[in-house]
Design a protein around this ligand. Structure first.
Ligand code: SAM
Ligand code: SF4
Length: 429
């Protein structure tokens, strides 16, 4: 999401006459787009800001701005705590950046953190930063109002709002015409996507079909879906369009009903498993990935075991695994004690990581001997002789270069694997 936002910021500033540069020495401003989801994300930003002080001593005109969720959360307090920061700008105020930068150039500090109920940056064509020219993100909605009790996003990104579907389809079409072959539609809960024009509603399954119809060889992915809203209708739309990728990110957060209730996730483990079954029914070859939090308020050993059990049952292909980090202002910080000791959180997290590593490896071993259509993305980091790409399930395949060209589809036979990567060879066309 931040990556996509930085591309919008890049477009706004380019339009205002600024130029993006790739070294600090060339820069007049360093704008850091930030995440506030866990404390360690914020600490990394603070560390970076402090590192930049040395450069500012050498280059007296260099100014630093903080964008995004951390700016929204801490507002001008941030410029007091980190006194080499001159600008803070929240995620809904990026159109104001040229005016804010002007203010900073005139020697003042600048801050704009107003949240909006309507801003979607729909009319802005993002500049594609560090792009491979093959895959791109398209932001389809902003904000979130699910209020999971641990989560700061509803406070830093504001109310949920969807973007006009025609602007989304136009963006996908333009990307396709420029040679892109994969788009990922982004939102905090894409299943809540809703647009209405002339009393005709467009829901997320409708939008997926509209984007999938841009071209049969344009892959369409999405993130993230909330389990409470994952509908059969969406799964049916996916099944009807082979270019909608067979991969669903379905964050579970915990395998214990008691934790899910305290987290305000609005589903039970039973509901979640029913949704997993529905995915397997409509899309038998679909990979499933997740997010999980270890050590949320009052989590017992039994709750933790229930999470491990759920991982054994679902057998995810990939998981983002986190230790609970209390965030100021959330329901949990006000009402639920952060009472699992840090060493217990770490141990539980490590147990989940170890189990998931084992499951991912076992899943990948089952792939050996299968053949996939792979969208070739580029050279493997380890060897110039090899290329890498992804299959529809979003698994990375590395294979001998042969005559394959990035940006095209090739068939690859899986011959070996690690827990993270499938190794293979091109098959005859
Ligand atoms: N909207 C998406 C959802 O609900 O699945 C993802 C939002 S969040 C940016 C990504 C992940 O961060 C969440 O799924 C959750 O696992 C994790 N997360 C959010 N708040 C957290 C917290 N306070 N401590 C630890 N992990 C957290
Ligand atoms: Fe946070 Fe929950 Fe919204 Fe995801 S759905 S962004 S976890 S409040």
């Amino acid at each position: 999401m931040n990556f996509a936002d930085s591309e919008v910021v890049g477009a706004i500033l380019t339009e205002a006459g600024y130029t993006l540069c790739s070294t600090l020495e060339e820069a007049d401003f360093v704008l850091i787009n930030t995440c506030a989801i866990r404390d360690n994300a914020e600490q990394r930003v603070r560390h970076r800001v402090r590192e930049l002080r040395a450069q500012q001593n050498r280059q007296r005109t260099l100014r630093i701005g903080i964008l995004g969720c951390m700016a929204e959360r801490l507002q001008s307090r941030l410029m007091v705590e980190e006194d080499n920061v001159s600008l803070v700008c929240g995620p809904d105020a990026y159109r104001r950046l040229p005016a804010l930068l002007r203010q900073v150039r005139e020697g003042q500090q600048a801050s704009e953190v107003e949240l909006s109920t309507t801003e979607t940056y729909a009319d802005i064509e993002p500049v594609r930063l560090g792009s491979n020219g093959i895959s791109a993100y398209i932001s389809i909605m902003r904000g979130c109002q699910n209020y999971c009790s641990y989560c700061v996003v509803p406070y830093t990104r504001g109310r949920e709002r969807s973007r006009d579907p025609h602007t989304i389809v136009d963006e996908a079409r333009t990307l396709y015409e420029r040679g892109y072959r994969e788009v990922t539609l982004l939102g905090q809960n894409v299943n809540s996507y809703r647009w209405s024009a002339d009393s005709v509603p467009t829901g997320f399954p409708d939008l997926m079909e509209m984007v999938a119809d841009v071209a049969p060889d344009l892959r369409v992915r999405f993130a993230t879906s909330h389990p409470k809203d994952l509908s059969d209708e969406l799964l049916q739309a996916m099944a009807a369009h082979p270019n909608i990728c067979r991969c669903i990110h379905l964050p579970v957060q915990s395998g214990s009903d008691c934790m899910l209730k305290l987290m305000n996730r609005k589903y039970t483990v039973g509901w979640y498993l029913d949704r997993v079954e529905a995915i397997r029914h409509y899309l038998p070859d679909c990979s499933i990935t997740t997010d999980v939090i270890a050590g949320f308020s009052s989590e017992t050993e039994e709750d933790h075991q229930a999470t491990l059990e759920l991982f054994r049952r679902v057998r995810y292909d990939y998981a983002y695994m986190f230790k609970y980090s209390e965030r100021e202002g959330t329901y949990a910080s006000r009402h639920l004690a952060d009472d699992v000791p840090d060493d217990v959180k770490t141990r539980r997290l490590n147990e989940i990581i170890a189990l998931q590593g084992q499951i991912a490896l076992e899943n990948n071993r089952l792939e050996v001997g299968r053949e996939y259509e792979v969208l070739v993305e580029g050279e493997s980091h380890r060897s110039k002789e090899r290329l890498f790409g992804r299959n529809s399930q979003n698994k990375v395949l590395v294979f001998d270069r042969g005559d394959a060209v990035p940006g095209t589809y090739r068939r690859v036979l899986v011959t070996d694997c690690t827990a993270a990567t499938l190794l293979g060879q091109l098959t005859a066309e």
